[in-house]
Design a protein around this ligand. Sequence first.
Ligand SMILES: CCCCC/C=C/C(=O)SCCNC(=O)CCNC(=O)[C@H](O)C(C)(C)COP(=O)(O)OP(=O)(O)OC[C@H]1O[C@@H](n2cnc3c(N)ncnc32)[C@H](O)[C@@H]1OP(=O)(O)O
Length: 303
Amino acid sequence: MAALLRGLKSFSLSGRSLSITSGVAPHRRYGLPSVLSGQRNSSSSSKMTVDLDSSTGIAMMRFQSPPVNSLTLDFLTEFATNLEKLEMDKGCRGVVLTSALPKIFSAGLDIREMYGKSPEHCREFWKAVQEMWLKLYGSSMVTVAAINGSSPAGGCLMALACDYRIMADNPRYSIGLNETQLGIVAPFWFKENMVNTVGHRMAEISLQLGLLYSAPDALKMGLVDQLVAEEAVVTTATETMAKWFAVPGHARQITKSVMRKPTIDKLLSNREDDINNFVTFITKDSIQKSLKMYMESLRKKKA
Ligand SMILES: CCCCC/C=C/C(=O)SCCNC(=O)CCNC(=O)[C@H](O)C(C)(C)COP(=O)(O)OP(=O)(O)OC[C@H]1O[C@@H](n2cnc3c(N)ncnc32)[C@H](O)[C@@H]1OP(=O)(O)O
């Protein structure tokens, strides 16, 4: 939201198009977090790579946090930092989110960050989840999720926060907000993002039952916008981006802001309550027990 508002402010001040094409040399390519140095990031602790092609203005963010790109505190912090840097980079007009791991986009929030942890840790973790979503849903850039694997819960939320979702046409990949299946409850902003995408009735059914949809079913209900062959997911995302860039930037950004502002504002004005609710809920003995059972069921599935 802050990003969208910044964009709107500079638009009204300058009275010019918000087009953020840069005067930088074409084909500039670099990784984060070393955006400013122009060096490709090779840190082994990095959870993702980010490459910005200056000739197109498209940044490619590839999640690479084995085994399942779960959203740990470190992952979320790195994600938010990277997105903020791209947001400030005038050479970047759009971001593609995808996975560098086979068969998985993201397994959602890392359950170990919510199990057996202190209330202080849970606070910090939830703030980072909020931050990830606020930055992504409120981004002034064009954001496309190239979903090349399964994407439950928080992974689905990340995709939902983008402007457009392209998924690999593989019925074995699933996506959805399955929180109730874990005995936990998706907060109101997860719910609203889902409602804003698929409509109230589908969202209610999906959320109450904690449904995960196969890629073809996700397309039918509008949870994703397009299915393509797995090997074409990323190229289709960049082609799609070009179509979105063809629309005057200021008009698209203002429209995005108008569509998303009510949901974003609701979280911004209830942020502290939302954190307190999460901490109270997640540290309950009964909820901790549910999380433990769920983790055991994941392990048993493998055995
Ligand atoms: C008020 C509270 C609101 C909270 C909102 C919560 C949002 C969330 O996002 S909660 C997390 C929900 N996520 C899930 O339900 C996904 C669970 N995982 C899976 O279904 C599968 O792992 C898979 C489909 C994502 C991948 O399947 P597969 O390729 O077969 O891999 P494994 O199941 O063998 O998993 C490998 C490894 O990773 C561990 N793991 C999987 N998901 C998570 C996770 N979300 N957090 C932490 N760890 C996870 C899994 O336990 C395996 O670990 P090891 O047994 O140690 O190898």
